[in-house]
Design a protein around this ligand. Structure first.
Ligand code: NAP
Ligand code: COA
Length: 266
Protein backbone atom coordinates (compact mmCIF):
# COMPACT_ATOMS: atom_id res chain seq x y z
CA UNK A 1 0.00 0.00 0.00
CA UNK A 2 1.20 3.50 -0.77
CA UNK A 3 1.18 4.77 2.79
CA UNK A 4 -0.15 8.18 3.71
CA UNK A 5 1.26 7.86 7.22
CA UNK A 6 4.67 8.63 8.66
CA UNK A 7 6.83 5.48 8.68
CA UNK A 8 7.23 3.12 11.63
CA UNK A 9 4.25 4.38 13.62
CA UNK A 10 4.16 1.12 15.58
CA UNK A 11 7.88 0.54 16.17
CA UNK A 12 8.39 -1.46 19.38
CA UNK A 13 4.71 -2.43 19.62
CA UNK A 14 3.26 -5.94 19.73
CA UNK A 15 -0.16 -6.68 18.22
CA UNK A 16 -2.45 -9.73 18.28
CA UNK A 17 -4.96 -9.98 15.41
CA UNK A 18 -7.81 -12.49 15.56
CA UNK A 19 -8.95 -13.54 12.10
CA UNK A 20 -5.45 -12.58 10.94
CA UNK A 21 -5.26 -15.47 8.49
CA UNK A 22 -7.33 -13.87 5.74
CA UNK A 23 -9.15 -10.85 4.36
CA UNK A 24 -9.39 -7.70 6.44
CA UNK A 25 -7.57 -9.17 9.46
CA UNK A 26 -4.63 -10.22 7.30
CA UNK A 27 -4.51 -6.75 5.71
CA UNK A 28 -4.40 -5.10 9.13
CA UNK A 29 -1.66 -7.46 10.33
CA UNK A 30 0.44 -6.70 7.23
CA UNK A 31 0.06 -2.92 7.63
CA UNK A 32 0.92 -3.14 11.34
CA UNK A 33 4.06 -5.15 10.49
CA UNK A 34 4.98 -2.64 7.77
CA UNK A 35 4.86 0.00 10.51
CA UNK A 36 7.24 -1.92 12.76
CA UNK A 37 4.90 -3.91 15.01
CA UNK A 38 5.56 -7.56 15.83
CA UNK A 39 2.35 -9.39 15.01
CA UNK A 40 0.66 -12.50 16.42
CA UNK A 41 -1.91 -14.05 14.08
CA UNK A 42 -4.79 -16.05 15.58
CA UNK A 43 -7.46 -18.11 13.82
CA UNK A 44 -8.61 -21.71 13.49
CA UNK A 45 -6.67 -22.70 10.35
CA UNK A 46 -2.94 -22.81 10.89
CA UNK A 47 -2.07 -22.99 7.16
CA UNK A 48 -3.83 -19.67 6.49
CA UNK A 49 -2.07 -18.04 9.42
CA UNK A 50 1.32 -19.37 8.31
CA UNK A 51 0.81 -18.09 4.80
CA UNK A 52 0.20 -14.53 6.06
CA UNK A 53 3.12 -14.82 8.52
CA UNK A 54 5.29 -15.88 5.56
CA UNK A 55 4.26 -12.76 3.59
CA UNK A 56 5.09 -10.58 6.58
CA UNK A 57 8.49 -12.23 7.03
CA UNK A 58 9.24 -11.90 3.30
CA UNK A 59 8.55 -8.17 3.58
CA UNK A 60 11.02 -7.89 6.48
CA UNK A 61 8.53 -8.02 9.36
CA UNK A 62 8.12 -10.39 12.29
CA UNK A 63 5.05 -12.55 12.90
CA UNK A 64 4.04 -15.64 14.85
CA UNK A 65 0.93 -17.80 14.57
CA UNK A 66 -1.26 -19.48 17.18
CA UNK A 67 -4.27 -21.60 16.25
CA UNK A 68 -7.30 -20.93 18.47
CA UNK A 69 -11.06 -20.71 18.19
CA UNK A 70 -12.15 -17.39 19.71
CA UNK A 71 -15.12 -19.17 21.28
CA UNK A 72 -12.71 -21.05 23.58
CA UNK A 73 -11.43 -18.68 26.27
CA UNK A 74 -8.75 -21.06 27.53
CA UNK A 75 -7.24 -21.44 24.05
CA UNK A 76 -7.28 -17.68 23.51
CA UNK A 77 -5.66 -17.13 26.89
CA UNK A 78 -2.86 -19.47 25.76
CA UNK A 79 -2.51 -17.50 22.51
CA UNK A 80 -1.96 -14.25 24.45
CA UNK A 81 0.47 -15.95 26.87
CA UNK A 82 2.46 -17.40 23.94
CA UNK A 83 2.54 -13.98 22.27
CA UNK A 84 3.88 -12.25 25.37
CA UNK A 85 6.37 -15.07 25.94
CA UNK A 86 7.75 -14.69 22.41
CA UNK A 87 7.55 -10.90 21.95
CA UNK A 88 7.78 -9.71 25.59
CA UNK A 89 4.65 -7.54 25.75
CA UNK A 90 1.24 -6.78 24.22
CA UNK A 91 0.15 -3.31 23.11
CA UNK A 92 -2.58 -3.81 20.51
CA UNK A 93 -5.51 -6.16 19.93
CA UNK A 94 -7.56 -6.29 16.75
CA UNK A 95 -10.74 -8.41 16.74
CA UNK A 96 -11.43 -9.34 13.12
CA UNK A 97 -12.55 -12.98 13.53
CA UNK A 98 -16.19 -13.40 12.55
CA UNK A 99 -18.65 -15.66 10.80
CA UNK A 100 -21.64 -14.76 8.66
CA UNK A 101 -23.99 -16.17 6.04
CA UNK A 102 -27.29 -15.16 4.48
CA UNK A 103 -30.38 -16.72 6.02
CA UNK A 104 -33.99 -15.60 6.41
CA UNK A 105 -34.66 -15.24 10.13
CA UNK A 106 -37.67 -17.54 9.80
CA UNK A 107 -35.41 -20.39 8.64
CA UNK A 108 -32.44 -19.73 10.91
CA UNK A 109 -31.94 -22.38 13.59
CA UNK A 110 -31.27 -21.42 17.19
CA UNK A 111 -27.82 -22.96 16.79
CA UNK A 112 -27.13 -20.95 13.63
CA UNK A 113 -27.97 -17.71 15.46
CA UNK A 114 -25.90 -18.78 18.45
CA UNK A 115 -22.87 -19.76 16.33
CA UNK A 116 -22.52 -16.22 14.97
CA UNK A 117 -23.17 -14.56 18.34
CA UNK A 118 -20.58 -16.90 19.90
CA UNK A 119 -17.88 -16.14 17.32
CA UNK A 120 -18.45 -12.41 16.82
CA UNK A 121 -19.69 -11.10 20.16
CA UNK A 122 -18.51 -13.65 22.74
CA UNK A 123 -15.25 -14.15 20.79
CA UNK A 124 -14.60 -10.40 20.90
CA UNK A 125 -15.27 -10.27 24.64
CA UNK A 126 -13.07 -13.33 25.19
CA UNK A 127 -10.15 -11.71 23.36
CA UNK A 128 -10.57 -8.36 25.15
CA UNK A 129 -10.77 -10.13 28.51
CA UNK A 130 -7.73 -12.31 27.81
CA UNK A 131 -5.79 -9.26 26.59
CA UNK A 132 -6.59 -7.11 29.64
CA UNK A 133 -3.86 -8.32 32.05
CA UNK A 134 -1.23 -7.76 29.35
CA UNK A 135 -2.51 -4.46 27.94
CA UNK A 136 -3.05 -2.93 31.38
CA UNK A 137 0.66 -3.27 32.21
CA UNK A 138 1.66 -0.29 30.06
CA UNK A 139 -1.60 0.75 28.38
CA UNK A 140 -2.70 -0.16 24.89
CA UNK A 141 -5.40 -0.11 22.29
CA UNK A 142 -8.17 -2.42 21.08
CA UNK A 143 -10.00 -2.14 17.75
CA UNK A 144 -12.87 -4.48 16.84
CA UNK A 145 -14.16 -4.85 13.30
CA UNK A 146 -17.92 -4.46 13.36
CA UNK A 147 -20.22 -3.74 10.38
CA UNK A 148 -22.86 -1.30 9.19
CA UNK A 149 -25.46 -4.03 9.85
CA UNK A 150 -25.07 -3.12 13.53
CA UNK A 151 -27.16 0.00 12.89
CA UNK A 152 -28.83 -0.45 9.52
CA UNK A 153 -31.71 -2.94 9.62
CA UNK A 154 -30.60 -5.56 7.08
CA UNK A 155 -32.57 -8.58 5.88
CA UNK A 156 -31.12 -12.11 6.05
CA UNK A 157 -28.47 -11.14 8.61
CA UNK A 158 -30.32 -10.92 11.93
CA UNK A 159 -27.57 -13.01 13.57
CA UNK A 160 -24.66 -10.81 12.38
CA UNK A 161 -26.57 -7.55 12.97
CA UNK A 162 -27.28 -8.48 16.58
CA UNK A 163 -23.69 -9.64 17.15
CA UNK A 164 -22.12 -6.52 15.65
CA UNK A 165 -24.51 -4.22 17.56
CA UNK A 166 -23.35 -6.02 20.71
CA UNK A 167 -19.73 -5.37 19.80
CA UNK A 168 -20.43 -1.65 19.33
CA UNK A 169 -21.97 -1.50 22.81
CA UNK A 170 -19.21 -3.61 24.35
CA UNK A 171 -16.72 -1.17 22.80
CA UNK A 172 -18.30 1.77 24.62
CA UNK A 173 -18.62 -0.06 27.93
CA UNK A 174 -15.02 -1.31 27.91
CA UNK A 175 -13.77 2.14 26.89
CA UNK A 176 -15.52 3.55 29.96
CA UNK A 177 -14.08 0.97 32.35
CA UNK A 178 -10.57 0.62 30.93
CA UNK A 179 -9.71 4.24 30.02
CA UNK A 180 -8.31 4.76 33.50
CA UNK A 181 -5.70 2.04 32.99
CA UNK A 182 -4.66 3.50 29.64
CA UNK A 183 -6.52 1.13 27.32
CA UNK A 184 -8.41 2.76 24.44
CA UNK A 185 -11.24 0.69 22.92
CA UNK A 186 -12.67 1.51 19.49
CA UNK A 187 -14.32 -0.15 16.51
CA UNK A 188 -14.26 0.20 12.74
CA UNK A 189 -17.41 -0.51 10.74
CA UNK A 190 -16.50 -1.32 7.13
CA UNK A 191 -18.92 -1.07 4.24
CA UNK A 192 -18.64 -3.55 1.36
CA UNK A 193 -14.97 -4.42 0.88
CA UNK A 194 -13.78 -5.91 -2.41
CA UNK A 195 -12.03 -9.28 -2.65
CA UNK A 196 -13.18 -10.56 0.73
CA UNK A 197 -14.91 -13.68 1.97
CA UNK A 198 -17.54 -11.43 3.53
CA UNK A 199 -18.56 -9.93 0.19
CA UNK A 200 -18.58 -13.25 -1.65
CA UNK A 201 -20.92 -14.66 1.00
CA UNK A 202 -23.22 -11.68 1.48
CA UNK A 203 -23.55 -9.97 -1.89
CA UNK A 204 -23.43 -12.61 -4.60
CA UNK A 205 -24.05 -11.85 -8.29
CA UNK A 206 -26.57 -9.18 -9.16
CA UNK A 207 -26.78 -7.91 -5.59
CA UNK A 208 -23.13 -6.96 -5.83
CA UNK A 209 -23.72 -5.02 -9.06
CA UNK A 210 -26.73 -3.13 -7.76
CA UNK A 211 -25.03 -2.42 -4.44
CA UNK A 212 -21.92 -0.97 -6.06
CA UNK A 213 -24.01 1.47 -8.11
CA UNK A 214 -25.78 2.71 -5.00
CA UNK A 215 -22.74 3.27 -2.75
CA UNK A 216 -22.43 7.06 -2.49
CA UNK A 217 -18.72 6.85 -3.38
CA UNK A 218 -19.69 4.56 -6.31
CA UNK A 219 -17.23 1.76 -5.50
CA UNK A 220 -16.38 -0.89 -2.95
CA UNK A 221 -13.74 -0.20 -0.35
CA UNK A 222 -10.40 -1.97 -0.16
CA UNK A 223 -8.82 -4.04 2.58
CA UNK A 224 -6.02 -1.45 2.69
CA UNK A 225 -8.53 1.34 3.42
CA UNK A 226 -9.88 -0.55 6.43
CA UNK A 227 -6.34 -1.30 7.64
CA UNK A 228 -5.47 2.40 7.35
CA UNK A 229 -8.47 3.35 9.53
CA UNK A 230 -7.40 0.84 12.18
CA UNK A 231 -3.83 2.14 12.03
CA UNK A 232 -5.11 5.68 12.61
CA UNK A 233 -7.05 4.57 15.69
CA UNK A 234 -4.12 2.73 17.33
CA UNK A 235 -1.50 5.31 16.34
CA UNK A 236 -0.57 8.49 18.25
CA UNK A 237 -2.94 10.36 15.90
CA UNK A 238 -5.84 8.58 17.60
CA UNK A 239 -4.55 9.09 21.14
CA UNK A 240 -7.68 10.92 22.39
CA UNK A 241 -10.20 8.63 20.65
CA UNK A 242 -11.94 5.96 22.71
CA UNK A 243 -15.41 4.39 22.74
CA UNK A 244 -16.03 5.28 19.10
CA UNK A 245 -17.07 3.29 16.05
CA UNK A 246 -15.50 4.73 12.91
CA UNK A 247 -17.62 4.17 9.79
CA UNK A 248 -15.42 3.37 6.79
CA UNK A 249 -18.15 2.53 4.33
CA UNK A 250 -18.09 4.98 1.40
CA UNK A 251 -21.43 6.25 2.70
CA UNK A 252 -23.14 2.86 2.33
CA UNK A 253 -24.98 3.13 5.64
CA UNK A 254 -26.66 6.31 4.33
CA UNK A 255 -28.66 4.32 1.77
CA UNK A 256 -30.22 1.81 4.17
CA UNK A 257 -30.54 -1.88 3.31
CA UNK A 258 -30.97 -0.95 -0.38
CA UNK A 259 -30.18 -3.85 -2.69
CA UNK A 260 -30.33 -6.43 0.09
CA UNK A 261 -34.11 -5.87 0.17
CA UNK A 262 -34.34 -7.34 -3.36
CA UNK A 263 -32.85 -10.58 -2.02
CA UNK A 264 -35.87 -11.13 0.23
CA UNK A 265 -37.93 -11.65 -2.90
CA UNK A 266 -40.65 -9.38 -1.48
P1 NAP B 1 -12.67 -13.59 6.43
O1 NAP B 1 -11.54 -13.52 5.45
O2 NAP B 1 -13.50 -14.82 6.43
O3 NAP B 1 -12.10 -13.30 7.87
C1 NAP B 1 -12.60 -13.88 9.04
C2 NAP B 1 -11.46 -14.60 9.73
O4 NAP B 1 -11.91 -15.03 11.01
C3 NAP B 1 -10.97 -15.83 8.98
O5 NAP B 1 -9.57 -15.73 8.80
C4 NAP B 1 -11.34 -17.00 9.87
O6 NAP B 1 -10.32 -17.99 9.80
C5 NAP B 1 -11.42 -16.34 11.24
N1 NAP B 1 -12.40 -17.02 12.11
C6 NAP B 1 -13.68 -17.34 11.83
N2 NAP B 1 -14.24 -17.97 12.84
C7 NAP B 1 -13.29 -18.04 13.82
C8 NAP B 1 -13.27 -18.58 15.12
N3 NAP B 1 -14.35 -19.18 15.63
N4 NAP B 1 -12.12 -18.46 15.85
C9 NAP B 1 -11.02 -17.86 15.33
N5 NAP B 1 -11.00 -17.33 14.10
C10 NAP B 1 -12.11 -17.42 13.35
O7 NAP B 1 -13.69 -12.40 6.21
P2 NAP B 1 -13.55 -10.81 5.99
O8 NAP B 1 -14.55 -10.48 4.97
O9 NAP B 1 -12.14 -10.39 5.82
O10 NAP B 1 -14.10 -10.27 7.39
C11 NAP B 1 -13.22 -9.80 8.41
C12 NAP B 1 -14.01 -8.94 9.39
O11 NAP B 1 -14.55 -7.80 8.72
C13 NAP B 1 -15.19 -9.65 10.04
O12 NAP B 1 -15.30 -9.21 11.38
C14 NAP B 1 -16.36 -9.14 9.23
O13 NAP B 1 -17.59 -9.22 9.93
C15 NAP B 1 -15.94 -7.71 8.99
N6 NAP B 1 -16.61 -7.05 7.86
C16 NAP B 1 -16.32 -7.44 6.59
C17 NAP B 1 -16.92 -6.77 5.53
C18 NAP B 1 -16.60 -7.14 4.11
O14 NAP B 1 -17.07 -6.46 3.17
N7 NAP B 1 -15.83 -8.17 3.88
C19 NAP B 1 -17.84 -5.74 5.77
C20 NAP B 1 -18.11 -5.39 7.08
C21 NAP B 1 -17.48 -6.04 8.13
P3 NAP B 1 -10.62 -19.52 10.21
O15 NAP B 1 -11.91 -19.91 9.55
O16 NAP B 1 -9.41 -20.23 9.72
O17 NAP B 1 -10.71 -19.54 11.71
N1 COA C 1 -27.62 -20.84 6.48
C1 COA C 1 -28.31 -21.19 7.59
N2 COA C 1 -27.74 -21.79 8.68
C2 COA C 1 -26.41 -22.02 8.61
C3 COA C 1 -25.63 -21.68 7.50
C4 COA C 1 -26.29 -21.06 6.39
N3 COA C 1 -25.61 -20.71 5.28
N4 COA C 1 -24.34 -22.04 7.74
C5 COA C 1 -24.33 -22.59 8.96
N5 COA C 1 -25.57 -22.57 9.49
C6 COA C 1 -25.98 -23.12 10.77
C7 COA C 1 -25.77 -24.62 10.79
O1 COA C 1 -26.85 -25.30 10.14
C8 COA C 1 -25.70 -24.92 12.28
O2 COA C 1 -26.97 -24.95 12.87
P1 COA C 1 -27.74 -26.41 13.16
O3 COA C 1 -26.83 -27.14 14.10
O4 COA C 1 -29.03 -26.00 13.74
O5 COA C 1 -27.85 -27.08 11.82
C9 COA C 1 -25.03 -23.67 12.82
O6 COA C 1 -25.15 -22.64 11.82
C10 COA C 1 -23.57 -23.88 13.11
O7 COA C 1 -22.97 -24.40 11.95
P2 COA C 1 -21.50 -24.99 11.96
O8 COA C 1 -21.11 -25.30 10.55
O9 COA C 1 -21.41 -26.07 12.99
O10 COA C 1 -20.72 -23.74 12.52
P3 COA C 1 -19.22 -23.48 12.68
O11 COA C 1 -19.04 -23.01 14.02
O12 COA C 1 -18.38 -24.61 12.23
O13 COA C 1 -19.01 -22.31 11.57
C11 COA C 1 -20.04 -20.41 10.48
C12 COA C 1 -19.46 -21.02 11.77
C13 COA C 1 -21.36 -21.09 10.20
C14 COA C 1 -20.27 -18.92 10.73
C15 COA C 1 -19.10 -20.62 9.26
O14 COA C 1 -19.72 -20.09 8.14
C16 COA C 1 -17.73 -20.02 9.44
O15 COA C 1 -16.89 -20.63 10.08
N6 COA C 1 -17.45 -18.80 8.89
C17 COA C 1 -16.15 -18.13 9.01
C18 COA C 1 -15.80 -17.28 7.80
C19 COA C 1 -16.82 -16.22 7.47
O16 COA C 1 -18.02 -16.37 7.70
N7 COA C 1 -16.30 -15.12 6.92
C20 COA C 1 -17.10 -13.97 6.57
C21 COA C 1 -17.02 -12.97 7.66
S1 COA C 1 -18.13 -11.63 7.32
Amino acid sequence: MQTVFAPNLLAGKVALVTGGGSGIGAGIAKLFAEHGAKVSLVGRTVQKLESVAGEIAAAGGEAMVHAADVRDFALLDEAFAATVKRFGRLDLLVNSAAGNFLSPAANLSANGFRAVIDIDLCGTFNACRAAFPHLSKQGGSIVSITATQADVPTPLQVHAGAAKAGIAKLTRDLALEWGRVGIRVNAVAPGPIENTEGMSRLAPGTTADSLKKRVPLQRYGTIEEIAAAVLYLVSPAGAYVTGSTLLVDGGTSLIGAGPFLDMMGA
